[in-house]
Design a protein around this ligand. Structure first.
Ligand code: NAD
Length: 273
């Protein structure tokens, strides 16, 4: 399935991560990247693109799934290193441990992609359990802080941090209240950290995807939501994961040396301020 499908009905439940579509051009030669949520969806597509562009990787994921194993195989086929970092990033100790293992293996980190995310839909505020609210924050925003705090001392001038925001950062879906609140926070985290780290030569940016057909969607949304997912996008369909990868490569590559504090919206034409 190399061609992005024209309608949701034609989409394969196993999304296109770019196994065939991404051809490398050495844009990240010799770089070391840590990508959270690297087993699945957007993170997996970014991992494949980064490895084909010449980066060695550490990939973090919640569970050692078949997807995680096949992502590692695809990365290793490119000749790049792939360190598997399994565990729960809602635990700050685990975040510090991930960075320590990266530094132990590679000696440094050049690119940190804070991509893992969690969402759940609720109709009313009373329906949202307190621990669900807290867990959404722990995964979606706290982990970005803990990973960046641990990684920055091991990043050199030219380093890049890329955070996955969302169209919900700008236009919150009320049924995704906790998720959208964290995605809004990511905007300010990105902009503030970009200013904080500018003097150290480290750039910080975000990517705000619109609807992307990944395992997150059927696992967290009702069949009704899934059936209509992405249909309101101006392009009329959700993105395939590989269609997000170019934004992550662009933000990571050395030629983007003046791009910092930005959010790149990859929304299929939907407005994003
Ligand atoms: P996905 O479900 O395919 O991948 C997310 C991955 O995050 C999981 O597979 C898992 O490995 C990791 N993860 C989740 N909880 C974790 C935890 N506690 N500890 C460690 N890892 C954990 O989803 P995706 O759609 O590729 O989402 C990636 C990012 O893109 C998320 O931040 C999501 O909010 C964002 N996003 C997705 C869409 C979309 O339509 N799919 C739209 C906008 C933003």
């Amino acid at each position: 399935h190399q061609d992005p499908p024209g309608s949701f009905a034609r989409m394969d439940p196993c999304p296109d991560h770019g196994e065939d579509r991404w051809k490398g051009a050495g844009r990240l030669d010799g770089k070391v990247a840590l990508i959270t949520g690297g087993d699945s969806g957007i993170g997996r597509a970014v991992a494949i693109a980064y490895s084909r562009e010449g980066a060695d990787l550490g990939l973090s994921w919640l569970e050692e799934t078949e997807d995680a194993r096949s992502t590692q195989e695809l990365v290793r086929e490119t000749g790049r290193e792939c360190l598997s970092l399994c565990g729960d990033i809602s635990d700050p100790e685990h975040c510090r441990g991930i960075v320590a293992r990266m530094v132990e293996k590679f000696g440094r980190i050049d690119i940190l992609v804070n991509n893992a995310g969690h969402q759940a839909l609720f109709d009313q505020i009373e329906d949202i359990p307190d621990d669900e609210w807290r867990r959404t924050f722990a995964i979606n925003i706290d982990a970005m802080f803990h990973l960046a705090k641990a990684a920055v001392p091991h990043m050199r001038e030219g380093g890049a941090i890329i955070n996955t925001a969302s169209i919900n950062s700008d236009r919150p879906n009320p049924k995704l209240l906790a998720y959208a609140t964290t995605k809004g926070a990511i905007q300010n985290f990105t902009s503030g950290l970009a200013q904080m780290l500018a003097g150290r030569g480290i750039r910080v940016n975000a990517v705000a995807p619109g609807p992307v057909w990944t395992p997150l969607i059927p696992s967290s949304m009702s069949p009704d939501h899934v059936a209509n997912f992405g249909k309101n996008s101006p392009i009329g369909r959700p993105a395939q994961p590989v269609e997000l990868a170019s934004a992550y490569v662009m933000l990571a590559e050395p030629m983007s040396s003046y791009v910092s504090g930005a959010t790149i919206a990859v929304t299929g034409g939907a407005p994003f301020i």
